[in-house]
Ligand binder design. Structure first.
Ligand SMILES: NC(=O)c1ccc[n+]([C@@H]2O[C@H](COP(=O)([O-])OP(=O)(O)OC[C@H]3O[C@@H](n4cnc5c(N)ncnc54)[C@H](O)[C@@H]3O)[C@@H](O)[C@H]2O)c1
Length: 465
């Protein structure tokens, strides 16, 4: 089962073969194998965001017909018109699969009835009280339950605490009378997407799969095995859920460690980036993590707190995670303090100063600003009386977010404009920036990413933070 079922034809050949098949319940092992082998199994993906859209690309690429279900009708319209809204997913790809009849988007839940497999990729954020907000997963489970068909395979991919699939999703799906493991099938398979990466794609990243029962595992592993290079079956949904949380906790804790060491080494006059570079030469037992202005994105700042919350039900407090969260959350404040000191040394106060923040996205070369530390940096600088602008080639204007509405637009970078700011703060190290040019024209540069490491002229203006 662990072996991927390699498509025998190329993706292009498969995509040129649109097909439709009236849905019959895939209840037997043979029926599932055939539907996967012949690519007649229809895959529905719920939530066409940063995870759902690349997943559609992977399944369509492997020759399956896909339905993209989203409650956001604007996204549905754009997709059906062949337009992408995510930077690294080209519109040409969407247009092609729509034109070939391989993919269609819908906001009508009835469309889910025609799918043999339904994969859930909806958000799992935190509430204002920093507890798991399971409303998206719950609403989706209810929506599926209302249309659930015999023989369907339901897979949850959203990152969540161990136990979600069995304790939360399964009872909702079974509320109509069908039973998981016999009438329909249920599995958890975490998404490991890293937007902006070019060395790995959804297809090449191994897919961990845990089933509610042996047949659910078998069907889910077979489905993914036809679309990705390697499937890693595990013994339960809980193992798969916990594996994903472990991956994210591991990053969160290690980033916090290096952020704390950055603050210490800075006091000691030691460059943390050079230290990490030196330590990375050890061929075993060390993995480099890099400091930054704080955590961002949909995963690392959020997911570990799903586990923290669950741990309380077991009478445990996850001290490592809490401490890591505390350190990482304090980084924007640390950066602003470094910036304040740098201005002070140049006889300037932060109040009334003009600051340009470079990079709004939470990491380089992406357009995703969710949980981005740049937002907090801007808000803190403004609170301290600075006048703040930003530039980000991928974020022309700040979108309205659940908790922020900055209403700012990206300022064009010209030499005169860069010179007009008291300070330039590098928050995101986009590859397209010419750091030597920035340092040449800026009065002082606060560099939170070691982005200007290679700049030779004007190093006296650079303050690492
Ligand atoms: N973004 C990442 O890099 C990443 C990586 C790994 C795992 N994940 C996890 O994957 C999940 C999805 O994340 P994302 O980044 O794709 O989120 P996203 O916000 O980009 O996309 C989610 C989509 O779900 C839609 N949606 C919300 N409720 C819905 C409902 N009831 N029915 C149908 N559609 C609904 C939204 O309109 C949106 O289009 C989360 O659990 C996240 O933690 C994300």
């Amino acid at each position: 089962m662990a072996k991927a079922q390699k498509p025998t034809r190329t993706h292009t050949e498969r995509e040129a073969r649109p097909h439709k098949r009236p849905r019959r319940p895939l209840l037997s092992d043979n029926a599932w194998s055939e539907a996967i082998r012949d690519r007649t199994a229809r895959v529905g993906i719920i939530g066409m965001g940063y995870v759902g859209l690349p997943l559609m690309r992977t399944f369509c690429g492997a020759g399956f017909n896909c339905l993209g279900f989203d409650i956001d009708e604007t996204k549905v319209e754009k997709l059906n018109a062949g337009r992408s809204y995510i930077k690294h997913i080209p519109s040409t790809l969407i247009k092609r699969v729509v034109e070939e009849g391989r993919f269609r988007a819908s906001a009508d839940p009835k469309s889910l009835r025609d799918c043999d497999a339904i994969v859930i990729c909806v958000p799992t954020p935190l509430t204002k009280m920093r507890e798991p907000d399971m409303s998206y997963v719950e609403n989706t489970a209810h929506l599926i339950a209302d249309h659930l068909q015999r023989g369907q395979l339901i897979v949850l991919e959203s990152t969540t605490y161990p136990g979600t699939t069995r304790e939360l999703v399964k009872p909702i799906l079974e509320s109509g009378g069908l039973r998981a493991g016999s009438d329909f099938f249920l599995a958890f398979s975490p998404e490991r997407e890293d937007p902006g990466r070019t060395d790995h794609t959804t297809e090449t990243i191994p897919k961990v799969v845990g089933g509610n029962d042996p047949r659910s595992l078998k069907f889910a592993a077979a489905l993914y095995g036809a679309a990705v290079r390697k499937v890693v079956p595990v013994s339960s949904c809980e193992i798969a859920e916990a594996a994903k949380i472990l991956e994210n906790v591991y990053r969160c804790v290690n980033i916090a460690l290096i952020n704390e060491l950055k603050m210490l080494f800075d006091r000691m006059g030691i460059d943390v980036w050079e230290v990490v570079k030196a330590a990375s030469t050890k061929p075993f037992g060390f993995q480099p993590f890099y400091p930054g202005p704080g955590l961002g994105g949909h995963c690392i700042p959020i997911d570990p707190f799903y586990l923290t919350w669950k741990a309380r039900q077991y009478g445990m407090s996850t001290r490592f995670i809490e401490l890591a969260g505390e350190i990482n959350a304090s980084m924007p404040e640390y950066v602003v303090n470094r910036l304040t000191t740098a201005l002070n040394e140049r006889r300037k106060s932060i109040k009334g100063s003009k600051i340009l923040v470079l990079g709004l996205a939470y990491k380089k070369d992406v357009d995703d600003i969710r949980e981005s530390p740049s937002i907090e940096l801007i808000e803190t600088l403004k609170k301290r009386g600075a006048s703040v602008d930003y530039n980000d080639p991928f974020v022309p204007r700040t979108p309205r977010q659940r908790e922020h509405d900055l209403r700012m637009t990206s300022k064009k970078l010209t030499a005169a404009r860069v010179r007009s700011y008291d300070c330039v703060l590098i928050a995101t190290d986009h590859t397209s920036y010419d750091y030597a040019w920035i340092v040449r024209h800026a009065h002082v540069v606060i560099d939170t990413r070691n982005a200007a490491a290679a700049v030779r002229t004007g190093r006296g203006k650079i303050v690492k933070a």
